[in-house]
Ligand binder design. Structure first.
Ligand SMILES: N[C@@H](CCC(=O)N[C@@H](CS)C(=O)NCC(=O)O)C(=O)O
Length: 280
């Protein structure tokens, strides 16, 4: 157990002591813009302001799936929002997402333009706009929404909870690492049991719930995020691994998951995407 006896919370919390964790310099207890800057605008109907994180790739993978299905209206410009440098606090970004988090989408094909923030809301918006990857039959739609919202509600325990304390906090504290490891392993088991019965999260048909959940848990089992594959024994979740590999083989996943990251020698990622040929 960590020694928590050293810290007594003050009567009223104040923003005066920096934690020293990885994101200390961008964390603030207040909302709103820190500086005036317009967002760039490209040539396509959809403008995506994002980054190649798990939350970001949900949208680029979905857009690539829609393009693969033949929807030219899903053509998009993906601009990089460098959250490490505070670009999510520009006045232009805050106008389309008052919560200052990527991803955020601007649909220029509507008049006036439609802004959408929160990755789950963006996925539903796009799936409904193009009539794809979201069942319409009520019971099937309910199952899809259940797994989509499960992913939206569960992933913060993996990223903000486990990932933060295991990889980013200034020290290794046993209490939060235990608490969030327990929860992430429970979530992996929920997925594993479901996927032992079905090919995809909701049954036989791939949909936006798979894309959303895969962005976090598929990345966890396939890409060793937080350097935690062994610690969490992810290989023991056989059905999650089977499902994760199958989705990672989809051409749209291969394209969309490369957008929004700096290229590295082992990865042909691209920071921004403004044309289909950027990924060819
Ligand atoms: N619930 C949001 C979470 C988005 C989110 O946490 N984005 C992170 C990157 S993955 C971010 O923009 N962080 C910047 C910050 O916290 O200032 C969603 O699903 O869109």
């Amino acid at each position: 157990m960590s020694d928590s006896s050293k810290y007594t919370p003050p009567k009223v919390w104040k923003w005066d002591n920096q934690s020293g964790g990885k994101f200390t310099n961008i964390n603030r207890p207040i909302a709103g813009a820190t500086h005036e800057q317009e967002l760039p605008v490209g040539k396509h109907p959809l403008q995506l302001y994002s980054l190649g994180t798990p939350n970001g790739i949900k949208i680029t993978v979905l857009l690539e799936e829609l393009l693969a299905l033949g929807h030219v209206g899903a053509e998009y410009d993906a601009f990089l929002i460098n959250i490490g440098e505070g670009a999510q606090f520009s006045s232009g970004f805050v106008e389309i997402n008052p919560n200052s988090k990527i991803p955020a989408l601007l649909d220029l094909s509507t008049n006036p333009a439609t802004r959408v923030f929160e990755s789950g809301a963006i996925m539903i918006y796009l799936a409904e706009k193009f009539g794809e990857l979201l069942p319409v039959e009520p019971a099937e739609k309910a199952e899809c929404m259940s797994w989509l919202f499960w992913g939206m509600a569960s992933a913060p325990y993996l990223g903000g909870g486990f990932g933060h304390f295991y990889a980013y906090a200034p020290e290794k504290f046993e209490y939060p690492i235990d608490r969030f490891s327990m929860e992430v392993k429970r979530q992996l088991d929920v997925l594993d049991k479901n996927l032992s019965l079905r090919q995809y999260l909701c049954g036989d048909i791939f949909n936006i719930a798979d894309i959303a959940v895969h962005a976090w848990y598929g990345t966890l089992v396939l890409r060793n995020i937080y350097d935690a594959s062994i610690f969490l024994d992810v290989a023991s979740y056989k059905h999650v691994t089977r499902w994760a590999k199958e989705i990672a083989e989809r051409p749209a996943y291969k394209r969309g998951s490369r957008v929004g990251r700096a290229p590295s020698p082992e990865d042909n990622a691209i920071p921004e995407r403004h044309d289909a040929s950027d990924l060819d």
